[in-house]
Design a protein around this ligand. Structure first.
Ligand code: NAD
Ligand code: 44H
Length: 528
């Protein structure tokens, strides 16, 4: 069984026998219609895109009530397109690993084109320009990680040929402006707080700079700022999607599914013609579109107002899921774990995240109404994270931790401040942050070196903790001041909010030789 058979319609009986769900729509007709009148371009050809946005569009197409696919654009890691999309005619296999042990396998054929979003790929860039000039285009969306929204001063100086994702998107919006100031919605689907504002601020920054440099007319800035033309809605996305896993790959091989290998690109993206994910999924989007939108409610998207999205996002990203993920990943890497479900069988770690969620973060959560925070966190702790069939790893979650601490913990600290709550009740959140300094050291709790996950600030932050050693006895911890005062990393100056000294004291305990991580984790978790 190969994905290419599906395109040819030359299917062997095995697909059905082995329980593979195939597209119910005319793939070639959808492709042709999308090529002529595209509605949706998605930036970021990573795993979550295939497991979730592309899969719900596939579901919508299966209903027969919609006829347009999605075009994927990759602005950062072009190898994904060459190795995981084009050889498979942009199709993929979604393997859903339910907590009951049941496995669903679904061929996703909703991606009709894959393009490399850079000027150096002349033909692909020209096609993107053509798509952005089409009146039919309704939305562009993103899953490019939080760092993908960065605006570097050097890139602003590059004029109309920037190299960063947001600059390229702004250049494409300029093409749309020149084509008649056509409307469009710019939709982030990343795990960042107020994600729509992240894109908006970046696009506005490029547009303003180009106006200042005389490269574009002032009307272009007015166009991207005009909410009747361009909107940047907020969203909350939730579906745990680990990297392609060897056991899933083997299971597919045993089925006779031949497109079953995994690829690690030079830029360290883990990709494959298949993607493995959990069954739970939520995508809540602020319904603020200027040119219509694909009917993703047919695939289960919940459209609501901005206030509701904000509350749902705070609940998930700041309280009930992502902080727990980051806490257990920082400690999981130091304690030698490579599986999230195995960590959930560790009493210290399970109690650690349970108490962070229920005791320390919940007091500041706002009930969004449409989803209940207690039911949500209950499902996370009791069903989703312990799912033994999910191959998720703390090392994946620890990627880019420096970009996530501010939203995952800083927001809770700020809420304690804003509401005048007693910050001495914060014990395990400071322990997470203290654990980060120990994690940066790259030495596990047995005293062995481990490789911290990739992170744009890794080298810089590791240099701060370089003077520290994992050993018993006295040492000078004053270097930690340089770490815990970093507002860019923690969202607050932890000394200014009265937590810096407490975190330093915990860090001292964590650095006190092999075994100190377990001992300190156990001590504070038990006492909480
Ligand atoms: N995997 C999940 O469980 C999950 C769940 C919900 C939300 N998300 C969101 O989706 C994002 C991506 O997750 P994924 O599983 O697809 O990861 P992935 O590693 O499979 O893919 C990452 C994607 O982001 C792109 N990218 C990375 N750095 C970039 C940069 N500096 N500029 C532009 N593009 C860049 C990569 O090229 C790739 O397309 C996450 O950071 C998160 O915000 C992921
Ligand atoms: O995707 P990131 O890197 O922002 O965060 C890692 C995980 O916490 C995240 O991917 C979760 O699996 C996801 O947010 C679940 O919906």
């Amino acid at each position: 069984m190969k994905l290419s058979e599906i395109k040819n319609g030359n299917l062997s009986a095995e697909w059905a026998e082995k329980g593979y769900e195939l597209p119910q729509f005319d793939i070639e007709a959808v492709k042709a219609k999308t090529h002529a009148e595209p509605t949706w371009v998605h930036f970021g050809a990573g795993n979550i895109f295939r497991a979730f946005p592309a899969a719900i569009l596939n579901d919508a197409l299966n209903t027969g009530k919609y006829d347009r696919g999605v075009i994927v654009a990759e602005s950062f890691d072009y190898e994904i397109i060459d190795k995981a999309y084009r050889p498979y005619d942009n199709m993929s296999l979604l393997v859903c690993l339910k907590s009951t042990g049941e496995i669903e396998k679904k061929v996703v054929a909703s991606v009709t084109e894959s393009l490399k979003a850079d000027y150096s790929f002349g033909e692909d860039w020209a096609r993107l320009v053509e798509i952005f000039q089409k009146p039919s285009l309704q939305m562009i969306s993103f899953t490019i990680t939080e760092k993908g929204y960065g605006v570097a001063p050097a890139d602003l100086e590059r004029g109309l040929t920037p190299v960063l994702a947001m600059g390229k998107v702004t250049a494409l919006l300029y093409e749309r402006f020149k084509a008649g100031k056509l409307p469009l919605t710019v939709q982030s689907m990343d795990n960042c707080s107020h994600n729509g504002d992240k894109v908006k601020n970046a696009v506005h920054a490029y547009a303003a700079k180009w106006v200042e440099q005389g490269l574009v007319p002032a009307e272009f800035l007015a166009y991207v700022q005009d909410e009747t033309k361009i909107t940047f809605p907020w969203s909350m996305i939730d579906k745990i999607t680990p990297r392609p896993d060897a056991k899933v790959q083997q299971m597919l091989a045993d089925d006779g599914f031949e497109d079953n290998y995994t690829i690690v690109t030079e830029k360290h993206t883990f990709t494959a013609p298949f993607v493995n994910a959990e069954e739970t999924q939520y995508l809540c989007i602020e319904d603020h579109y200027t040119n219509g939108r694909p009917p993703l409610e047919l695939g289960g998207v919940l459209y609501c107002d901005r206030e509701t999205v904000d509350k749902i996002e705070k609940m998930k990203v700041c309280t009930c899921l992502n902080p727990l993920h980051t806490a257990m990943s920082i400690y999981g890497c130091m304690l030698g774990y490579t599986l999230i479900s195995a960590e959930m069988a560790d009493e210290d770690l399970r109690a650690f995240i349970q108490k962070i969620g229920y005791i320390e973060a919940m007091p500041v959560v706002v009930d969004p109404g449409v989803l209940n925070p207690y039911e949500f966190i209950g499902a996370v702790i009791n069903r989703r994270l312990p799912n033994p069939f999910m191959p998720d790893a703390p090392q994946r979650i620890a990627t880019d931790t420096s970009q996530k601490l501010a939203i995952r913990f800083g927001e809770t600290i700020k809420a304690y401040e804003a509401r005048g709550l007693d910050k001495s009740n914060l014990i395990l959140i400071p322990l997470v942050l203290a654990g980060y300094a120990r994690y940066l050291k790259g030495i596990d709790d047995n005293g062995q070196a481990f490789e911290p996950s990739t992170d744009p600030l890794l080298a810089e932050l590791q240099a701060i903790v370089a003077p520290l050693e994992v050993k018993e006895g006295e040492q000078d911890f004053s270097c930690l001041k340089k770490l815990y005062s970093r507002v860019d990393v923690f969202g607050v100056d932890l000394y200014a909010v009265g937590l810096g000294e407490k975190i330093e004291a915990m860090a001292k305990e964590l650095f006190a030789g092999p075994g100190a991580v377990r001992k300190t984790l156990h001590k504070y978790t038990l006492a909480r």
